[in-house]
Design a protein around this ligand. Sequence first.
Ligand code: OAD
Length: 227
Amino acid sequence: MKKLVVLSGAGISAESGLKTFRDANGLWEGHDVTQVASPIGWHQDPALVLDFYNQRRKQALQAKPNAAHEKLAQLETEFDVQIITQNVDHLHEEAGSSNVLHLHGKLFEARSTMDDRLIYPLDGWALNLGDTCELGSQLRPNIVWFGEAVPAMEKAIELTAQADLFLVIGTSLQVYPAAGLLEYTSPTCPIFLIDPKEVNYESNRNISVIQEKATKGMDEFMERIRS
Ligand code: OAD
């Protein structure tokens, strides 16, 4: 089976009702990134950070996978599909995708502030001040914040280099190192990009752009790769 590697971003979950970050009315328009998604913000006001992610969890609990997530899951009958997602939601998994690598962490996990290896699943939306790990330290969201290392990047590069086909969907490609993954595809690997807006990417690779929303774009992508 040929290997299809997918780099997804917030735009794939937009039709499930979850806000993107940089679109008009996106999350970074209403929130200061440094306050809610950085180690400095956490140090200054952990309650504000916890509340921001509690709101994200409440919204994610109401969201269902859309046809784009579902089509990617269905493609597993034809391809060895590996999803590398910048999204912290669980919609790829809920749609049935088997191989999902979360570059920026997971919304429904908490992590010890004393030992990074201590990770706990969260069933509901709430993570509060006073919720502690087994060592007694405050729990934080298991999210990669700005200024933090991306531990899954090495694996993501390895997978990208193995791709026979590479699909970028629903990401503005503004955040590194994720946006740099394109450069690790083999020179012969066709690259497709689905996004309703024009995406400014820094790459001299030849990219086939499908300028559509994720659900419609997936239909066109599937037609093109089958023909
Ligand atoms: P952005 O908000 O930067 O980009 C979302 C992209 O989705 C844009 O290019 C939109 O045009 C596109 N889009 C909007 N609606 C769409 C739809 N219905 N179908 C397909 N595409 C659509 O989000 P990301 O690129 O995912 O990191 O952002 C990358 C990272 O920046 C995030 O993981 C997050 C953020 O700060 C952390 O929080 C660590």
